[in-house]
Design a protein around this ligand. Structure first.
Ligand SMILES: CC(=O)N[C@H]1[C@@H](OP(=O)(O)OP(=O)(O)OC[C@H]2O[C@@H](n3ccc(=O)[nH]c3=O)[C@H](O)[C@@H]2O)O[C@H](CO)[C@@H](O)[C@@H]1O
Ligand SMILES: C=C(OP(=O)(O)O)C(=O)O
Length: 447
């Protein structure tokens, strides 16, 4: 563990409950997309309540390389995007961002509409499965784009323009749905998308696009219809709150037998999480005071209950809630079952929890009500968790964003002093987590 600088290592003195209050801001998985959408607008856009996270820095860098002027407004978290001089970016400069997030792929439609050409570097994001982009490429081709793999990334052109298409996704991918929305809004004619993802962040992106002048109808049964328009203007938008961060703190309150008020969290986006939270034995209370409200999550005392759960696309239990929640399940009496159906390799982090005293066994079989895409293949995508387990401190290396947060929760719940390496990865999606932890009475220090 010698190649981590002091700012990338967190020392955690565990065993104390998390108690207090924190605030979540705009959702990572909406804010970054809304920033890309700004490129489509011929007039400036404003986004409020943007969190200071690494993914926002990456997208800011990408926008600036394409000539967008990104400036801060007077309010905390207010960003302005001036898109009057959108231009092609230098390939070598843009490749600095290769491997840093999933977002570059979403620039295809906006850049094709503004410049007639897009260069997309290789993608990053969490290493939790193969994460192919075949649905994106297929859809772009059906709009009329020419997609060519180059040595350094992907070159995309649209020599005959982009035209509305009839599309159906093989699986309701969030990113591919966003790709199609961001391309169809200014393509000529009508696009019909079947089997679309309908996560709250996608509905919020549709709200952003509608503010810009787009015409988008969300029908029942995952069908979205987009009527292309010749021009779009800028937007002013306050994003939906980060329901993944909110759930992560809820799981942390439960695992540490604490009591945490998450200001900004919204019940409507978290109903599936709240149902499971209640089944496990956690308590919550909604405060819906406008602008001030949030959700209080706490451990009401006594034992937690084992549960069977499956991750799924919305309105199912979010895959990004799975890793933090599993830490709380190590404290429940009996056998809990988790079937991860969205990503094929999102249970690797459980080995570290076992090292800390948890008893988690992973399986290739689908241990859930519905067989998923990963059954009868070589993917350990189900887990059985036997609890309750007394967790003890360990040295941990963070593998990805949510697994990293779950390692952190485990270290907070464990007796003794843990060292967590690679915590900068957590900054990709959690704003000032170290300050928030201190505010909740955790005994943590960097270095
Ligand atoms: C930045 C962002 O918003 N990230 C979120 C987004 O990721 P992202 O948009 O990358 O996730 P997708 O919904 O696209 O992926 C879901 C599944 O579809 C598969 N797939 C996807 C595209 C494709 O072309 N081919 C293909 O096979 C993926 O491998 C995965 O198994 O949605 C995920 C599912 O809610 C969340 O976990 C991520 O936090
Ligand atoms: C998987 C995640 O993000 P990304 O798609 O940005 O890797 C996540 O936020 O948990």
């Amino acid at each position: 563990m010698t190649n981590y600088d002091a700012g990338d290592v967190l020392t955690v003195h565990g065993g104390a409950p998390l108690n207090g209050e924190l605030r979540v801001r705009g959702a990572k998985n909406l804010v970054s997309k809304a920033m890309v959408a700004a490129v489509l607008g011929e007039t400036p856009s404003t986004l409020f309540d943007v969190p200071a996270i690494r993914d926002v820095e990456v997208v800011t860098g990408l926008l600036e390389l394409h000539g967008v002027k990104v400036t801060r407004g007077p309010l905390d978290g207010e960003l302005h995007f001036d898109t009057s001089d959108v231009e092609s970016a230098n390939v070598d400069e843009i490749n600095v961002h290769a491997g840093s997030s999933r977002i570059p792929i979403l620039f295809c439609g906006p850049l094709l509409h503004r410049l007639g050409h897009a260069f997309i570097p290789d993608l990053g994001g969490c290493n939790i499965g193969g994460r192919p982009i075949d649905f994106h490429i297929q859809a772009l081709r059906e709009f009329g784009a020419v997609v060519e793999k180059s040595e350094k990334g992907m070159d995309i052109t649209a020599p005959n323009g982009l035209h509305g298409a009839k599309l159906e996704l093989p699986y309701p991918s969030v990113g591919a749905t966003e790709q199609i929305l961001l391309t169809a809004v200014r393509a000529e004619g009508v696009t019909e998308l079947r089997n679309a993802a309908v996560e709250p962040e996608i509905i919020d992106l549709i709200c952003v696009l509608q503010k810009m002048g787009a015409i988008i109808k969300v029908h029942t049964d995952r069908v979205i219809e987009i009527q292309g328009v010749p021009r779009l203007t800028g937007y002013k938008h306050r994003p939906i709150p980060d329901r993944i961060e909110a759930a992560s703190w809820g799981a942390a309150a439960l695992a540490t037998r604490g009591d945490v008020f998450v200001r900004g969290a919204r019940q409507a986006d978290m109903m599936t999480f709240l149902n499971l939270f209640t089944s496990v034995g956690g308590a919550f209370e909604i405060d819906d005071t406008p602008g001030e409200g949030g959700i209080r999550f706490w451990h009401p005392g006594g034992e937690l209950n084992a549960v069977a759960m499956e991750t799924d696309v919305h309105p199912g239990f979010m895959t990004d809630w799975q890793q933090p929640m599993v830490v709380a399940l190590t404290q429940a009496r009996g056998l809990s079952i988790v079937h991860e159906t969205v990503y094929e390799r999102r249970l690797g982090y459980t080995a570290a929890l076992n090292q800390m005293g948890a008893t988690i066994q992973t399986y290739r079989e689908c241990l859930g009500g519905t067989p998923c895409r990963f059954g009868r293949r070589n993917f350990m995508h189900s887990a059985v968790i036997a609890g309750p387990s007394k967790l003890h401190a360990a040295d941990l290396v963070i593998p990805d964003l949510r697994a990293g947060f779950s390692h952190l929760i485990a270290a907070l719940a464990a007796e003794g002093t843990s060292r967590v390496y690679g915590v900068k990865l957590i900054q990709r999606g959690y704003e000032d987590f170290e300050g928030k932890l201190n505010g909740l009475g955790a005994h943590v220090e960097l270095g």
